[in-house]
Design a protein around this ligand. Structure first.
Ligand code: SF4
Length: 352
């Protein structure tokens, strides 16, 4: 939306602290509730020095509090200057026509209360039937997202300021965004529409922890992203994502909405295979693997010597800096060496 607003001559300012830093750095978020989790305090201080050049260059920005205080001072002015405040919605309540947002910084409240116009932009799966349902979801969200009983600010909006109200916008608009959601509703992937964006699945995902959020190339990362992104972009454009899982099952275990994430990723893998979206080499590799894995004696006779050879070649370092044919992997990280003995060999040795 920001790119479209800029093209239309409008200057959008992000007000969530993490999103504000990301906007200044001209980067994408790497986590859905902690967008700037990939940056250190020092990197944030450098970004602030680059962009807030009207401030004293000798100021102290070593503590987190210094950074928060500087962002707060700058953003305060922006609220008073803004003509329009745009928020998302965590929930939309059908019973009352209200929109709900939760924040821990209070930025959502200032965005919707200070400018003359408040626009809510929300995708349609955020609709819940009643106020009671919304309060249940809000409790689930806080606990699963940040371990809080409730987020610090929970704000319900049900229209513009009335005559007796002291504050609030003069105009209030709600924009409902479909963007592929109604197609998901009629499909085998409909369970993903229950997602409340708590991020618990990515916080517990060993793959997300190893590769970080930017690797997924989408607004949604981690297990939820590996299911919802193919539904929005199409599996032809994102067939790698459902493969970004070890199927350890932690994501489904922690998901407060009980979304069967590994099952849905498996469905996407099937769809990608049926649609022929996997590369020739991937298909060939899986075929060879299947032939070996179906024959335990052959499997063991190959894995034992391969593990030993891998460990020998890696030597004392215990990892490979580069491997021909796997340069996409090794250009940004090393490849750990296998154990000298295969799992089965170690298991047998322990039993004897
Ligand atoms: S899929 Fe579940 S755990 Fe992941 S963000 Fe959505 S609700 Fe949270």
């Amino acid at each position: 939306m920001n790119a479209a607003l800029i093209d239309a001559g409008i200057t959008p300012i992000e007000t969530d602290l993490g999103e504000y830093i990301i906007q200044l750095a001209d980067e994408a978020p790497s986590h859905i509730i902690a967008p700037v989790v990939h940056k250190t305090k020092e990197q944030v201080a450098e970004i602030f020095r680059d962009h807030h050049q009207h401030l004293d260059s000798q100021r102290d920005l070593t503590a987190g509090e210094d950074l928060v205080s500087e962002a707060r001072t700058i953003l305060r002015e922006k609220y008073f200057e803004a003509d329009v405040g745009i928020t998302g919605a965590n929930f939309l309540i059908a019973e009352t026509g209200s929109t709900v947002i939760v924040t821990n910084e209070g930025n959502g409240d200032l965005t919707q209360a200070l400018p003359d116009t408040h626009v809510v932009v929300s995708s349609i799966e955020k609709v819940v039937p009643t106020l009671e349902d919304a309060t249940t979801m809000i409790r689930l969200l806080g606990r699963s997202a940040t371990g809080q009983d409730m987020s610090a600010y929970t704000t319900f909006s049900t229209g513009p300021k009335r005559a007796a109200d002291k504050d609030g916008p003069k105009d209030f608009h709600v924009v409902l965004l479909d963007n592929g959601r109604s197609q998901i509703l009629g499909s085998k992937y409909r369970d993903i529409l229950r997602c409340i964006r708590c991020a618990a699945c990515m916080n517990h995902c060993p793959v997300y922890a190893a590769v970080g959020g930017h690797t997924y190339g989408s607004t949604y990362m981690g297990p939820v992203g590996s299911v919802i992104t193919p539904a929005i972009w199409g599996i032809d454009a994102s067939s790698d994502l459902p493969n970004a899982s070890t199927f350890c099952g932690r994501c489904a275990e922690v998901c407060p909405m009980k979304i069967p994430l590994p099952d849905l990723m498996r469905e996407w893998r099937n769809d990608a295979a049926q649609g022929g979206y996997n590369s020739f080499w991937e298909r060939l590799g899986v075929k060879i693997w299947a032939q070996i894995a179906k024959r335990p004696t052959l499997y063991r006779s190959l894995t034992g010597p391969t593990a030993w050879l891998g460990a020998m070649l890696a030597g004392k370092k215990g990892y490979f800096q580069s491997i021909p044919g796997l340069s996409s992997w090794t250009k940004s990280r090393v490849m750990p060496a296998p154990a000298k003995k295969s799992f089965m060999a170690q298991y047998k040795a322990r039993q004897s």
